[in-house]
Design a protein around this ligand. Structure first.
Ligand code: AVJ
Length: 325
């Protein structure tokens, strides 16, 4: 017999994850919750700051290698281009323009957790690149990938830009890649961006900007708990702190309590105590090299078949296929 609980303690995954993370030692919050409407806007601003080199590096790669990337995507019967985490499409538009100009037969299927982001993207494409056949999909990566396995009438190209995989610890990244691999058939491809190891200072500067935008982005977790969970965090009582470990390639973001304090999260009935200088870990942004990428691919059942980079190897976009074919 199946046991079905009559009461659940939490109404949403956000509530459950906050309760778990802030009663843990050391405290943590999950970075995916930064992205509500305010968080999306702050991330757009991050992508426009000169310190956040990732966006321009990847844009440069896509511009420099447009023709060969598009060539790799194409197949006799055309293809379906599925983008996970579509965002504002600034970088994707470079590829889409070329694909339309070359008259390639393809559908563009952007997937994003935010319907708002998808609506704006669809609207923008209608006027900017009217030739694109677009079909938006709202949902989480994992749920959508299950559905996508049925997309089997012709070649699938799955695209993940922005080094979004960097928010996952290696173990989780492998799970994510395995999931994608399972949705792929023989001729399908994965096209993915990975930020590369580089000068530690350049990485720190990207996540510790003097404009305070990254700080506001990180603190949006506190703001969101205040508004959605009736909490009373004072954002000024926490300091945004970034570290980068050049050995592991992991950049980590923290919010550090500047003083001993108690914070109420009324909706969860929690009273959270912070010692002075106690931390909340909020995000990792993993940096890679070819060895790590090849190892992740192998563990997930994939192999690297092509790669594109800028002249300084600041950032790389790799093409993967299933290794069992
Ligand atoms: C969207 C996950 C790629 O980790 O570089 C930017 C998010 N965090 N500045 C990253 C982020 C702080 C970003 N990703």
């Amino acid at each position: 017999m199946k046991f079905t609980p009559t009461t659940t303690k939490y109404e949403t995954a956000f509530e459950e994850d906050v309760a778990k993370g802030l009663t843990n030692f050391p405290k943590y919050l999950l970075s995916k919750y930064i992205y509500d409407e305010k968080g999306d806007k702050l991330f757009q601003q991050i992508m426009n700051m000169p310190e956040y080199y990732l966006t321009n590096c990847e844009l440069g790669i896509l511009k420099k290698h447009t023709a060969s990337i598009a060539d790799s995507f194409n197949s006799e019967k055309g293809f379906d281009l599925i983008e996970l985490g579509a965002g504002d499409g600034k970088k994707t538009k470079v590829l889409l323009k070329h694909l339309v100009a070359k008259n390639y037969d393809f559908n563009y299927l952007p997937v994003d957790i935010s319907q708002h982001v998808l609506d704006e993207l669809e609207e923008a494409l209608k006027t900017e690149i009217p030739g694109v056949k677009i079909k938006t999909q709202q949902g989480t990566y994992f749920k959508t990938l299950e559905k996508l396995a049925d997309y089997n009438s012709r070649k699938k190209v799955i695209m993940v830009l922005g080094s979004n995989i960097g928010n996952l610890l290696h173990e989780k990244a492998i799970d994510f890649l395995k999931n994608i691999c399972q949705a792929m058939s023989e001729e399908d491809m994965l096209f993915m961006g990975f930020d590369q190891k580089k000068s530690p200072q350049q990485i720190l500067d990207a996540y510790n900007d003097p404009h305070g935008i990254t700080e506001a982005f990180n603190k949006n977790l506190l703001v969101r708990m205040n508004s959605e969970l009736d909490a009373d965090f004072n954002t000024d009582d926490f300091k945004h702190w970034e570290t980068y470990n050049p050995e592991s390639g992991t950049a980590s973001s923290y919010l550090v309590s500047k003083k001993e304090q108690q914070v109420k999260i009324n909706k969860l009935g929690l009273n959270i105590h912070f010692d002075a200088w106690e931390t909340i870990h909020t995000e990792i942004s993993q940096k890679y090299d070819d060895h790590i990428v090849q190892w992740l691919a192998k563990e997930a059942g994939l192999k690297v078949t092509e790669e594109f980079s800028d002249s300084e190897n600041c950032y790389k976009n790799y093409i993967f296929r299933r290794k069992d074919f």
